[in-house]
Design a protein around this ligand. Structure first.
Ligand code: GMT
Length: 375
């Protein structure tokens, strides 16, 4: 198949998932065309079956807001026609579903029929999409999609709850390449972070409000009072200044490392003992799944789709949103009991295997085939 993939190219989970999907489809012989405004972060090697089309957004003094959607739709039209694409798969509804709808109408006028599939990822529904500024366009463009997927049961249910959706939403979970994320022994790296063999706690996110990164620091403060430990904070975003000042106020700076945006996440995960994800909402929690593949148990909230991924008592522990005391107790319980830690590490890996890339990619391929047959 010749497949167009549209996504956000940045460090967000939807872009990561879309890029890994495109790479896996290319490995299976499909021709994959990425259409994004910059090179996706995980699209970092040449592949004979992968094409990259950059969306250019010209500026003009009249535009306070350059019309990105028009540029994206026009690029989609160009790529569809010049590469004779079979289907478009757009990730994150806003604005990708409505731009795909427009591109589809434009190419139809030129005799080219093409279906588009929309994958809902999370905040496109639960946070941004629900806002009445966007909701009518989101509802319309989801309903006009030729197939719709959501990354968890919870996200599918939330979508039905908040939008008037008349079509089936297929759940296709996030996936992980467990071989790539397998735990490796990296003694030099581990020693550089934890020279006295302290336990290492890890958090990875884009430091937005929904991630509740201040809770990560609150949990760490309690843990640090009981045992030597280090906290690795991977990523960056709007809440970073607040987090830095919390670390200074609580005298934690010597034990907290901000390592910025990292591409070699598998290395960071390999040296970590626990992953913290206290989010306000998480449709799935891709970073937690990647941690599990590296045998890192997860201490998370029980929001959204997280309980579908992090099984309480098997792969880590879940607690109500904001209950940092319970989360700190769970961290201390786990780090203080080597047998329990070993059991949950094995449980985490077994759970990651259930979401193995080789199980999930065929589900997308089957959906593409069904969509094309019906079309
Ligand atoms: O929250 C992020 O990290 C970014 C966001 C996105 O859409 O780029 O991630 C969402 O999609 C991921 C991939 O499907 C999910 O694993 C994340 O749980 C989801 N984030 C939220 O729902 C907050």
């Amino acid at each position: 198949m010749r497949i167009g993939i549209v996504c956000y190219p940045t460090y967000g989970g939807s872009g990561v998932l879309a890029t890994e999907l495109g790479k896996a489809l290319a490995d299976k012989g499909h021709q994959v065309h990425f259409i994004t405004y910059q090179q996706p972060v995980r699209l970092n090697a040449f592949h004979a079956n992968i094409y990259y089309h950059e969306v250019q957004v010209p500026t003009y003094p009249l535009f306070d807001f350059p019309p990105y959607e028009s540029a994206l739709s026009s690029t989609m039209v160009d790529v569809i026609l010049n590469n004779n694409l079979d289907l478009l798969h757009v990730h994150y509804a806003i604005p990708h579903a409505s731009t795909a709808y427009l591109a589809k109408q434009i190419v139809a006028k030129q005799g080219k029929r093409i279906p588009f599939i929309t994958t809902l990822h999370g905040t496109d529904i639960t946070l941004v999409g629900k806002d009445k500024t966007y909701a009518p366009v989101v509802t319309f463009s989801i309903n006009e999609s030729d197939a719709i997927t959501a990354v968890s049961d919870n996200l599918r249910d939330e979508t039905y709850k908040f939008f008037n959706i008349e079509k089936d939403i297929h759940v296709i979970y996030n996936f992980v390449d467990t071989h790539r994320f397998r735990r490796r022994d990296l003694p030099h790296f581990r020693n550089a972070i934890a020279p006295n063999n302290e336990k290492i706690l890890l958090h990875v996110s884009n430091f937005r409000k929904v991630k509740r990164v201040p809770d990560v620091v609150k949990i760490f403060k309690q843990v640090r009072q009981q045992m030597p430990a280090k906290l690795l904070l991977v990523g960056d975003g709007p809440d970073r200044p607040q987090i830095e000042s919390m670390c200074r106020d609580w005298d934690l700076c010597a034990d907290v490392r901000f390592v910025g945006k990292q591409e070699q996440l598998e290395d960071v995960m390999s040296i970590s003992d626990l992953f913290l994800l206290p989010s306000e909402y998480e449709s799935f929690g891709l970073a937690a799944l990647e941690a599990m593949a590296a045998q890192v148990p997860v201490i998370s909230s029980n929001a959204g789709g997280l309980p579908e991924v992090n099984i309480d008592g098997q792969t880590g522990y879940t607690s109500p949103v904001g209950d940092v005391d319970a989360m700190a107790v769970n961290v201390l319980r786990l780090l203080g009991d080597e047998a329990l830690l070993a059991r949950l590490r094995a449980g985490a890996l077994a759970q990651a295997e259930r979401f193995h890339i080789d199980h999930i990619i065929p589900q997308y391929e089957a959906l593409y085939e069904r969509t094309l047959e019906k079309y």
